[in-house]
Design a binder for this molecule. Structure first.
Ligand SMILES: [Fe+2]
Ligand SMILES: [Fe+2]
Length: 211
């Protein structure tokens, strides 16, 4: 609601992260946890003022500092629940902008100190963001975005995950195609409801569909 058309990026990042997790050999349960948790990685953007969140141009350094708060804010929002899946989602939200070499935010963690799920989502998130048009730049081609992933291997990204992403790109692109087909009909709320197997109510609320 705060950030129109965000659902496409969030759901594609969820599906791409799940595909990447499969390519890395993670088991079904871990893949499903990533699928459910990855789409809320940017939930902290709820707390970012519109003039920064929706600015149609490059952010200046003070604005960057403001938007960078979304990872800690999102983590704190999600950590408020006792549910184990929310705790897992909180870790992804907190660490999805960490860099493998320690130059990311908010904690400056490096290497395998960054939780594995956050290292996976970091690659899927970056690829999807680069290949989507933004108000301040056109979309990159898949090849351009792949070469950014390759050149960020070992600095921005976990090298093993970046390499697996590049080697599995045909599978990743197939998943993206299928996801985009599913995203072609419905507004943001309907798409989120469908992704999570929830029913939309007339009052705009969401409820689980009885099994
Ligand atoms: Fe983010
Ligand atoms: Fe994102």
């Amino acid at each position: 609601m705060r950030y129109p058309y965000a659902s496409g990026h969030l759901i594609r990042t969820g599906e791409t992260s799940t595909c990447l997790a499969a390519l890395l050999g993670l088991n079904t349960a871990d893949r499903e946890r990533i699928r459910l948790a990855a789409p809320v990685h940017d939930i902290g953007k709820l707390a970012i003022p519109d003039d920064v969140l929706l600015k149609p141009g490059r952010l200046d350094p003070p604005e960057r500092t403001i938007i960078e708060r979304h990872s800690s804010i999102g983590a704190e929002l999600l950590a408020g629940g006792a549910d184990e899946l929310l705790q897992f989602a909180s870790q992804i939200a907190r660490y999805h902008h960490e860099h493998f070499d320690g130059n990311g935010y908010p904690a400056g963690l490096c290497g395998e100190r960054i939780p594995l799920a956050a290292r996976i989502v970091a690659v899927a998130d970056a690829f999807d963001a680069m290949t989507e048009p933004r108000s301040y730049r056109p979309a990159m081609t898949d090849d351009e975005a792949l070469s950014v992933i390759a050149s960020g291997s070992g600095t921005h990204f976990d090298p093993h995950i970046a390499q697996t992403f590049q080697e599995g790109i045909s599978e990743i692109l197939r998943v993206r195609e299928a996801t985009n087909r599913a995203l072609a009909s419905g507004d943001d709320m309907e798409l989120v409801a469908r992704f999570y197997g929830l029913r939309l109510h007339a009052n705009g609320g969401l409820r689980a569909i009885a099994p």
